[in-house]
Design a protein around this ligand. Sequence first.
Ligand code: 97T
Length: 243
Amino acid sequence: MRFDILTLFPEIFTGYLGQSLLRRAIDKGLVEVYLHNIRDWSPDKKHKKVDDRPYGGGPGMVLRVDCVVPCVEAVQSMVPEPGHLVMLTPQGRRLTQAVVRQLAQQSRLLLLCGRYEGFDERVRLLLRPDEISIGDYVLNGGEVAAMVVIDAVIRLVPGVVGDPEGPQWDSFSEKMPGLEFAQYTRPREYRGLGVPEVLLSGDHGKIAQWRKENSLQRTRQRRADLLGESAPPTPPPQNPPLH
Ligand code: 97T
C-alpha cells in the first residue's frame, strides 16, 4: 500500500515514520510512504507563499487553491494509478474502524493536511476529496490526524501486524464488537493486588469464558453505546471531602 502525504510540515512525520511497526512494514516492502511539501507548488516563486488573508476579512490565513490543486495533481501523476484522496478536516465524516476498513481497501491513499483556517473552498469543489475528521476537537493542522489514519490503516494491511489473527481481535472489529478484556502479566502480586485465579488455572475454556464476560461487563459499564444500549445510570455524587 502506498501513502502520499501532502503537507506544509513534512518534518512532523519523520519520528513517526521511523517507529518500529511502520518501519518494519516499509522495510518488508508492504507499505511505501512519500512526503510532499505543498510549498514546493507555490505559484509565488519568490516568497513561496502558500496562504493568504480570507476574502471578507476575519482572523487567520487560508490555503491557496492555486497551490494545493497543482500539488495534488502533480502527486497523482507521479505513478500511473491515481490514489484515493483524503482531506483531513474537522468538517469531514468521523473516522471509525469501519471507515478504516474502507480506506484499507485502497492500494494508494493521498493524505492532504491543512493548517491555519483551512483550505480555500474551491479545493473541495475541484478535487472532491474524501473529507475525514478524527474526532470533535480542534487540532493545529491535519498532520496528527493523517498519522492516526496511517496508523489505523496499516494494521489491516496483510503482514504488517506480526500475528495475522491480531487485528481480527482488536476492539471495534467484527469479532470484537466491544472493548477488550482486562490483561495481567507478572508479577502475580503487586502492592497487595493479585491476578484473577482463573487466568492462572490453565483451563482454556474457563479463561475464554471469563474474558468474554469481563469484556461484556467493561463495555456495558464504559461504552454501552457500542452494544446499542443506553449509558448506565450515573453513580450518585460523592460527599465533598471534610476538612
Ligand atoms: O482540527 C483540524 C485542523 C486541521 C485539520 C484537521 C483537523 C481535525 O481533524 N480531525 C479533527 C480535527
